[in-house]
Write a protein that binds this ligand. Structure first.
Ligand SMILES: NC(=O)c1ccc[n+]([C@@H]2O[C@H](COP(=O)([O-])OP(=O)(O)OC[C@H]3O[C@@H](n4cnc5c(N)ncnc54)[C@H](OP(=O)(O)O)[C@@H]3O)[C@@H](O)[C@H]2O)c1
Length: 225
C-alpha cells in the first residue's frame, strides 16, 4: 500500500494467502496492482515470479524481499528440517529473488530485504531465525558490492516488534515490556516498515547501498548496562 501511494505499480505476493483485498484497495484508490503466488523456497518459483512481475509492469524497478517465517523453538531438540525451513524461507528465498531480479533490474533499480533487529540481537527460541536474519543483512552487503557497478542497490530494513491484530492479547507481557523499554514508547506499525522500504527504493536513497536501516522505535539504542 505504501509503494502504491508513492506511485508504484505493485505486484503483491504471498505463498498461499489471499491478497486480493490489498489489490482491490490499491485499484480503488486509483493505483495499479496485481497479485502473484509462489513458494519462494523454490528457486524456479523465484525466477518465475520476477519474470511475471517484470512482464506485467513492463519493467521492474524495485524488489522487497519480505517473505519470512518466525517459529519459536529452542535449540535442544530442533531438527535439521526445522532449521532448514527457516533458512530456506527467510534467507534462500531472498538469494533466489535477488539473483533473478538483478538480471532484469535497470541501473537505479533496488532490492531491499526485510531482516530484523534479531539479526544483531539474539532472542531465546530464535536461533534459526536470528541466524537467518544476520545472514540476510550480510547477503545484502555482499550483493551491494557485486551489483553496485551495474547501478543496482541492495539494502536491508531491520524492524523491531510490529503490531498486528491480537498481538497484545497473545503476548501481553512482551508488548508491555517493549512499550516501556522503547524510547518512542510504542510498537511499530506495518506502515513504519513500508515507508522505510519505499525510501530505500526511491531516488532519495540513490547513494545508499549495503546498508541496514533499523526501524525499531529506538529500542536497540538502549544501553545494555
Ligand atoms: N512482525 C514483526 O514483528 C517482525 C519484526 C521484524 C521482522 N519481521 C519480518 O518481516 C517480514 C514479514 O513479517 P510478518 O510479521 O508480516 O509475517 P507474516 O504476517 O507471517 O507474513 C509473512 C509472509 O511471508 C510469506 N511467506 C512465508 N514463507 C514463504 C515462502 N516459502 N514462499 C513465499 N512466501 C512465503 C507468507 O505468505 P503466506 O501467508 O501465503 O504463507 C506471508 O505473506 C518477515 O520477514 C519477518 O521476519 C517481522
Amino acid at each position: 500500500m505504501r509503494f502504491a501511494r508513492a506511485g508504484a505499480a505493485v505486484v503483491a505476493h504471498a505463498r498461499h494467502s489471499d491478497v486480493s483485498a490489498l489489490v482491490a484497495d490499491i485499484t480503488a484508490a486509483g493505483g495499479r496492482a496485481t497479485e502473484a503466488h509462489a513458494d519462494l523456497a523454490d528457486e524456479h518459483a523465484c525466477r518465475r515470479l520476477v519474470r511475471e512481475a517484470a512482464e506485467w509492469g513492463g519493467r521492474l524497478d524495485a524488489v522487497v524481499n519480505n517473505a519470512g517465517v518466525q517459529p519459536v523453538r529452542g535449540l535442544a531438540g530442533m531438527t535439521v528440517a526445522q532449521w532448514r525451513e527457516v533458512v530456506d524461507f527467510n534467507l534462500t528465498s531472498a538469494f533466489g529473488c535477488t539473483q533473478a531480479a538483478a538480471e532484469v533490474l535497470p541501473p537505479g533499480g533496488s532490492v531491499t530485504h526485510v531482516a530484523s533487529i534479531e539479526g544483531r540481537h539474539p532472542a531465546a527460541g530464535h536461533a534459526h531465525y536470528s541466524a537467518s536474519k544476520a545472514a540476510l543483512i550480510m547477503h545484502a552487503r555482499s550483493a551491494a558490492l557485486e551489483y553496485g557497478p551495474r547501478g543496482i542497490r541492495v539494502n536491508t530494513v531491520s524492524p523491531g516488534l510490529i503490531d498486528r491484530p491480537g498481538l497484545a492479547e497473545d503476548w501481553p507481557d512482551g508488548v508491555d515490556r517493549w512499550t516501556r523499554a522503547a524510547p518512542l514508547g510504542r510498537l511499530g506499525q506495518p506502515e513504519d516498515v513500508g515507508d522505510a522500504c519505499v525510501f530505500l527504493a526511491s531516488p532519495m536513497a540513490s547513494w545508499i547501498t549495503g546498508n541496514d536501516l533499523v526501524v525499531d522505535g529506538g529500542i536497540t539504542a538502549r544501553p545494555t548496562w
